[in-house]
Design a protein around this ligand. Structure first.
Ligand SMILES: CC(C)(COP(=O)(O)OP(=O)(O)OC[C@H]1O[C@@H](n2cnc3c(N)ncnc32)[C@H](O)[C@@H]1OP(=O)(O)O)[C@@H](O)C(=O)NCCC(=O)NCCS
Length: 157
């Protein structure tokens, strides 16, 4: 499927869709107000290099999102930055949009000068990330027993 990945700052029309997906996927069940998540997402709209959010879209149709943030796991403040909030709408899954979003998020972080990026995920996502060159460095971290992955740039350097 043809699609484009853009920085949300260049395609702010997708702001509400991303805030809605992040809220529903990770925060709603914990009673966090949607407005709070929209406020946090606003941090991605400033000119500072991170945090930033990416949107996968085909024309004006929202497909998915991923972000790069300074901190994503309070148990591991020593690691930064993180690829986070990876989401593809259910009807567009299994078309490598998720793979492209994660790859682009890491690539953009490397282009900003970061030499390592981190990511945390449940055990059942392990294959999705190791297939893309992410290496697990810690298991069962924190209450949610997440796996922490690291990725470094391809090739020498
Ligand atoms: C995880 C998620 C982002 C993946 O998005 P996606 O666009 O479906 O990702 P891809 O298509 O790149 O790959 C997904 C799977 O489909 C497989 N796949 C991709 N294209 C395929 C194809 N043409 N034929 C068969 N399988 C294919 C991949 O191997 C992968 O399988 P795996 O995860 O078991 O290794 C999506 O399922 C999602 O949003 N889930 C809910 C939120 C979530 O869990 N986010 C991650 C938090 S860590």
């Amino acid at each position: 499927m043809n699609f484009t990945i853009s920085d949300l700052r260049q395609q702010p029309v997708f702001f509400d869709a991303i805030a809605d997906r992040i809220w529903r996927a990770w925060w709603k069940e914990h009673g966090v107000p949607a407005e709070y998540i929209a406020g946090r997402l606003q941090e991605n709209m400033t000119p500072s290099p991170i945090p930033f959010a990416l949107v996968a879209h085909r024309g004006d149709t929202f497909l998915g999102t991923a972000s790069v943030v300074a901190s994503d796991l309070e148990d591991r403040p020593q690691y930064s930055p993180w690829v986070a909030a990876v989401w593809v709408d259910p009807k567009y899954r299994m078309q490598e949009i998720g793979t492209e979003l994660v790859g682009r998020a890491a690539g953009d972080a490397f282009a900003l000068g970061f030499r390592r990026v981190y990511l945390c995920a449940r055990k059942d996502r392990r294959r999705f990330y190791t297939r893309q060159g992410w290496a697990p460095i810690e298991e069962d971290v924190g209450e949610r027993r997440l796996t922490v992955f690291i990725r470094v740039p391809d090739g020498p350097g």
